[in-house]
Write a protein that binds this ligand. Structure first.
Ligand SMILES: [Zn+2]
Length: 189
């Protein structure tokens, strides 16, 4: 892994360790920090994750204003808006690390798992996207959520020339993470 990405990942892992152990510093969350970033941002990482109210990157990584560029939608399904947002983070903000973060008890994974293989009558874009990787081997929706991070990582590179080139030029790395609601720990997959 490139050095800048490894450094960013170490910071996230250390922040998550503090969160899990109840040692959060809650730094960078005051008006003064916000004010210090009023003319620009240089976040250390881009987190691509679900809109789920229990998945709050700044909290689980013990971070604050200006630290993380967070791209969210239900199920963190990779559509055009998500893709361009990640391109912005990599190409304009020069983040060295993108984390595709999945989590326990994801509503989109659950819905896809229960509807498969019927044509979805709601959440069509989201469900169809998850259908791409469902097979009879997939035991539970949490396993599905974990597996799906690999598809998302591949899609980011496959569907964006900007990301593909930046990745090839070793400007950033993509890692996959999974948040446990039981422990608060983010495991790197
Ligand atoms: Zn979710």
């Amino acid at each position: 892994m490139i050095e800048k990405a490894q450094k960013a990942l170490d910071i996230l892992i250390e922040g998550n360790r503090r969160f899990v152990n109840g040692e959060t510093t809650v730094s960078n969350r005051c008006v003064d920090t916000l004010k210090s970033h009023k003319n620009g941002q240089s976040p250390i990482a881009c987190i691509v994750t679900c809109s789920d109210s229990r998945v709050i990157p700044e909290m689980i990584f013990d971070k604050g204003f200006g630290d993380l560029f967070v791209v969210r939608c239900a199920g963190a399904v990779i559509g055009e808006n998500i893709l361009e947002s990640v391109e912005y983070a990599v190409d304009h903000l020069n983040v060295p690390l993108v984390m595709v973060l999945s989590h326990d008890d994801c509503g989109v994974m659950k819905a896809a798992k229960s509807m498969y293989p019927k044509e979805p009558d709601h959440l069509q874009l989201l469900i169809r996207s998850v259908y791409e990787i469902i097979d009879s081997e997939t035991e539970c929706y949490n396993e599905l959520a974990r597996n799906y991070t690999l598809t998302k990582k591949r899609k980011l590179l496959k569907r964006s020339e900007i990301l593909r080139k930046a990745h090839h030029d070793k400007k950033f790395e993509i890692v996959r993470g999974y948040l446990s609601f039981e422990t608060g720990k983010v495991s790197i997959l």
